[in-house]
Ligand binder design. Sequence first.
Ligand code: NAG
Ligand code: NAG
Ligand code: NAG
Ligand code: NAG
Ligand code: ZN
Length: 362
Amino acid sequence: MKGPVAVVLMLLLNRQLVTARVLKQTEPRNYDYTMYHPLTEIMAWMRKIETENPEIVSTITYGTSYENRDITLLKIGLNSTENKKAIWMDCGIHAREWISPAFCQYFVKEILHTYKTDAKVEEMLKNLDFYVTPVLNVDGYTYTWKDNTTRQWRKNRSPGTGSCIGTDLNRNYDFLWGTIGVSTDSCSIIYPGPKANSENETRAVVNFVGARSKDILCFLTIHSFSQMILFPYGHPNIKDPNYDELTELVNTAAKAIKAVHGMNYTVGSVTETIYPTGGLSMDWARFIGIPYSFAFELRDKGEHGFKLPEDQIQPTCEEAYEGARSIITYVHDKTFHSSAVSVRATLWTALLASWLTSTALL
Ligand SMILES: *[C@@H]1O[C@H](CO)[C@@H](O)[C@H](O)[C@H]1NC(C)=O
Ligand SMILES: *[C@@H]1O[C@H](CO)[C@@H](O)[C@H](O)[C@H]1NC(C)=O
Ligand SMILES: *[C@@H]1O[C@H](CO)[C@@H](O)[C@H](O)[C@H]1NC(C)=O
Ligand SMILES: *[C@@H]1O[C@H](CO)[C@@H](O)[C@H](O)[C@H]1NC(C)=O
Ligand SMILES: [Zn+2]
């Protein structure tokens, strides 16, 4: 009896040692930000980021996907002023856009690495909480890792009411839902779901962001590919009253991006720059009163498309970080070094609501 027991013990011990070694290699400090990671590794990374930075980071699970996975964000901010504002950033709403979750991770790493030495980042973390969701469409993202026949999946994995699986989460929001740029065919990649907010993943964002809409200054949603920075709206009949300000802002962000590696990003409103579309998360966020809402389309311009090679992760993240930083800095300074923003946002929401009612567009 002793022999086999000893062997089993040795095996177990050995396995533990191996496990410990593997875990150590995936600690955030040594986490490889120049690779794509499956969801399980990203979740482990989030937990370790939280454990290693308890004074500034906490994880919040704010929803459950159709396949019952947690939808989790990192809240990053310093304790300080009483009336903190917030920045929202979600990545991975579309499953196959792998550079997007990679960017959210890089963004978190970068602000955590710099806030102790960069006074501006520190100031912003005192005034703002960052809510960063590295992977919003957790089921779809997991599915794209299954094999090379599922790599190009875009939607979530819920069956909806048609014959095919999956709703395009970025057509499912309750703003001009189903009006334009969608297909009622459940097999289409732009199927908006059976009704607005029908999807668990959508409702998670709507509940979390909706409950904090007065405090969230800026809503950033990260996609790929085509190298663009877009602002509302997706509908050709509606123009943001702050159109000129937003245009200036995205032009400045595009310049900041270009200064890093010379890449050209196209900018403008969704409907003028990419295509008209209803049910977008960024439009919904703007409509509920968040004054600044943008979508980034990261690299490239189509050569590799959704399968951006890993050697482009770092340069893509470096340039996009500067673009995001330029927008966030503007929004922060305008709010904390002057006082015009929130008043204007509230007024604007009221105006738009009355205009929509009067034209019966909804
Ligand atoms: C920050 O504030 C929270 C809530 O008030 C408190 O639980 C936490 O201990 C504070 N952290 C630090 C580092 O002061
Ligand atoms: C959706 O989310 C709710 C609330 O988090 C959860 O109870 C439910 O199991 C999730 N799944 C589906 C398919 O609705
Ligand atoms: C998909 O993977 C299989 C098996 O790994 C391989 O034989 C095949 O060439 C791959 N197809 C594509 C399109 O990459
Ligand atoms: C960016 O656009 C300019 C002007 O159209 C062009 O000359 C330049 O080659 C572009 N840069 C890249 C990296 O594509
Ligand atoms: Zn996308």
